[in-house]
Design a protein around this ligand. Structure first.
Ligand code: SIN
Length: 284
C-alpha cells in the first residue's frame, strides 16, 4: 500500500493487476495516475475495484490515458447523454436492447482493422450476472507479449517484418455495419510482431477472425501461419480470466492483450457494462 492508501497487487502470473483504495470520483493527482499508468503498461489489464462513478467521471478518467474514440454504433448503443460511452448489455427496455449483447464473443484486439487501433478499452461494470452465487459473464484475456516471448527464435526471425492484412469488411459481425462505416475502414496492414509503444516489448498482433492474409505470402501459407500463431496466443499459459464485480473499472491494453467475452448468461441474469475506448497510435 502506498502513502495515499492505494494498494496495487498482481492477480496472477499472466497479467492483470488489482487496484484498491482509490476513488475515481475524486480528482487524481499526477503521481497516483502515474502509478496506475505504470501498472497498466506493465501488466496489460488493471482492475480498479469498487467504483461508484458517474459517466462524466468515467469520461474524465479515461481522458487521462488519451483521446476518446467513439464507437461507430454509438448512435444505437451509446448512452443518450454521453455517446462516448458504449453499452454492452443483454438488458432490454420497451422490448429493445439497450446495448450490444454479443460484443467481443471471439478472441480479438479491439479495432485491429483500423489504421490507428485504440490504445485501451475501459468498461465500468454496472451490473454483473450472477446465478446461485456464481458470477457469470467473465472476460478472458490472452497476453500477446508472453506469447511472443515463448516463440522459438526461428519463428521470431521468420515473422520479423511480416505484415498481417486486416479487413473490416471480411467478417460477419453481430451488428452489421452500414456502408459508410465499411468505407471508413478500408483494409490495413500491421506488423505481426508489433512493438509496444510504451514498453518496447514485442506483441503477437493477430487473431484468426480478423487477419485475412499476410502481405506478399501465398494464401495457403498465410492461412496456416495465421492459424498457428492465433492458436499459440490463446494457450492456457497466456490466459487470465477476469471475474467481474459490480463497480470494477477494468482497463486493458489492446497491444499487450487479446480478449474474449464469455457469453454464459442470459436473462433474467443481467449484464451491463459502460465501455469507453481510448485512441492509440499507428502500430510499428
Ligand atoms: C469487448 O470485447 O469489448 C467486450 C468484452 C466483454 O463484454 O466482456
Amino acid at each position: 500500500m502506498n502513502s495515499a492508501g492505494i494498494a496495487i497487487r498482481s492477480l496472477g502470473p499472466v497479467a492483470a493487476t488489482e487496484i484498491t483504495g482509490i476513488d475515481l470520483a475524486q480528482p487524481l493527482d499526477e503521481q497516483t495516475f502515474a502509478e496506475i499508468e505504470t501498472a497498466f503498461n506493465q501488466s496489460g489489464v488493471i482492475a480498479i475495484r469498487d467504483q461508484k462513478i458517474t459517466p462524466a467521471q468515467q469520461i474524465a478518467f479515461s481522458q487521462r490515458f488519451g483521446e476518446i474514440e467513439v464507437n461507430y454504433n454509438s448512435g444505437k448503443y451509446g448512452l443518450p447523454e454521453h455517446p462516448e460511452i458504449y453499452r454492452i448489455s443483454n438488458i432490454t427496455k420497451d422490448q429493445k436492447p439497450i446495448g450490444s449483447r454479443r460484443t467481443g464473443e471471439n478472441w480479438h484486439s479491439d479495432m485491429i482493422y483500423s489504421a490507428r487501433p485504440p490504445r485501451a478499452t475501459m468498461p465500468h461494470a454496472i451490473e454483473v450476472p450472477e446465478l446461485h452465487g456464481l458470477m457469470l459473464g467473465d472476460t478472458a484475456f490472452a497476453n500477446t507479449s508472453a506469447a511472443y516471448d515463448a516463440l522459438p527464435e526461428s519463428m521470431k526471425l521468420h515473422i520479423d517484418g511480416m505484415e498481417g492484412i486486416f479487413d473490416f469488411a471480411s467478417r460477419t459481425r453481430s451488428e452489421a455495419p452500414d456502408a459508410a462505416t465499411v468505407k471508413r475502414y478500408p483494409p490495413v496492414q500491421h506488423p505481426i510482431a508489433r512493438t509496444h509503444p510504451f514498453t518496447g516489448r514485442k506483441c503477437l498482433y493477430m487473431n484468426r477472425d480478423d487477419c485475412t492474409g499476410i502481405a506478399g505470402m501465398p494464401r495457403e501459407d498465410a492461412e496456416a501461419l495465421i492459424v498457428a500463431l492465433s492458436d499459440h496466443v490463446i494457450k492456457p499459459e497466456f490466459v487470465y480470466r477476469h471475474k467481474w464485480r459490480e463497480g470494477d473499472v477494468v482497463i486493458w491494453d489492446n497491444c499487450t492483450m487479446q480478449h474474449k467475452a464469455i457469453l454464459d448468461y442470459d436473462l433474467p441474469q443481467r449484464r451491463l457494462m459502460h465501455r469507453m475506448t481510448i485512441a492509440g497510435s499507428v502500430p510499428v
